[in-house]
Write a protein that binds this ligand. Structure first.
Ligand code: MG
Length: 267
């Protein structure tokens, strides 16, 4: 282990592990996997990866990943057993099991996205370097390689055109992009789907980013919220980095392991 875990956190994990049926829902990037420049190269720390495998095999224990990544990207980078439920796109895409994938968009949603895209695409095509990225329930207009004045002008042009074409859209400004979606969800929504499906006695949720606060804010009495890193949080507990989170998961996995399997159940 890197640094000794906070005694209050060890006590909370031990109490949580003693409950009959638990759900362990984990953000991926920055929580299990150190941040990297190329998203496809992100990998969970080996200790975290092993603990997730052990938790997935433990009785009455569901371990799930909840990420802002698309479901495809999360499945690629996550490399978790196929039985591990995945929530992608901040709660828009849910894979509860290999044969139970809930798509982000209905046919009506897709028709709405296509209609909007028909309005926006010609505006984007007129600007050198601008391009459209398809998203689960919408699309993003990217302007990173456009000269800054043209990028600003295009962003405002498409914002206004989209507002006129479909006033109820969710519009998000990102770094060198503007994103339009016909549906919106948060990690809190994703966590609610998991809780409804698996009906645990309590939930452990861990995450490092602002978007994880939506899920952390939904935790109640027996639940356990863990913030990874130093940012402000509503969580009651904190670890400093993915290594600290790995230590928590190893402890939890050892406490949840089937005692009759030969190995010691003590950390
Ligand atoms: Mg993260």
């Amino acid at each position: 282990m890197s640094v000794a875990l906070d005694p209050a956190l060890i006590e909370a994990v031990t109490r949580f592990a003693a409950l009959p049926r638990v759900l362990v829902a984990l953000d991926f990037d920055g929580t299990l996997a150190p941040e990297v420049d190329v998203p496809d190269e992100a990998r969970a720390l080996p200790e975290a990866h092993e603990a997730i495998r052990d938790l997935a095999a433990a009785p009455n224990t569901v371990v799930a990943l909840v990420s802002g990544r698309s479901l495809d990207s999360l499945a690629r980078a996550g490399r978790v057993p196929s039985s591990v439920p995945l929530v992608g796109s901040h709660g828009l895409e849910v894979r509860l099991a290999v044969d139970d994938v809930r798509p982000a968009a209905t046919p009506a949603d897709r028709a709405r996205v296509d209609a909007l895209r028909a309005v926006i695409a010609p505006l984007v095509e007129m600007v050198d370097g601008a391009w459209i990225e398809r998203k689960p329930a919408g699309f993003a207009v990217h302007t990173r390689t456009v000269d800054p004045p043209s990028a600003r002008a295009l962003t405002e042009t498409v914002r206004e055109a989209a507002r006129r074409a479909d006033p109820d859209l969710t519009v998000r400004d990102g770094k060198n992009l503007i994103e339009f979606a016909v549906r919106d969800a948060t990690k809190g929504d994703g966590l609610a789907v998991l809780r409804e499906e698996f009906r645990p006695d309590a939930v452990l949720f861990a995450g490092d980013d602002v978007t994880d606060e939506d899920a952390l804010a939904m935790l109640t009495h027996d639940d356990l919220g863990i913030k990874v890193g130093a940012a402000p949080t509503v969580a009651s507990h904190r670890v400093s980095d993915p290594q600290g989170m790995s230590d928590v998961l190893r402890l939890l996995a050892s406490l949840r392991a089937e005692p009759a399997q030969g190995g010691s159940a003590h950390p």
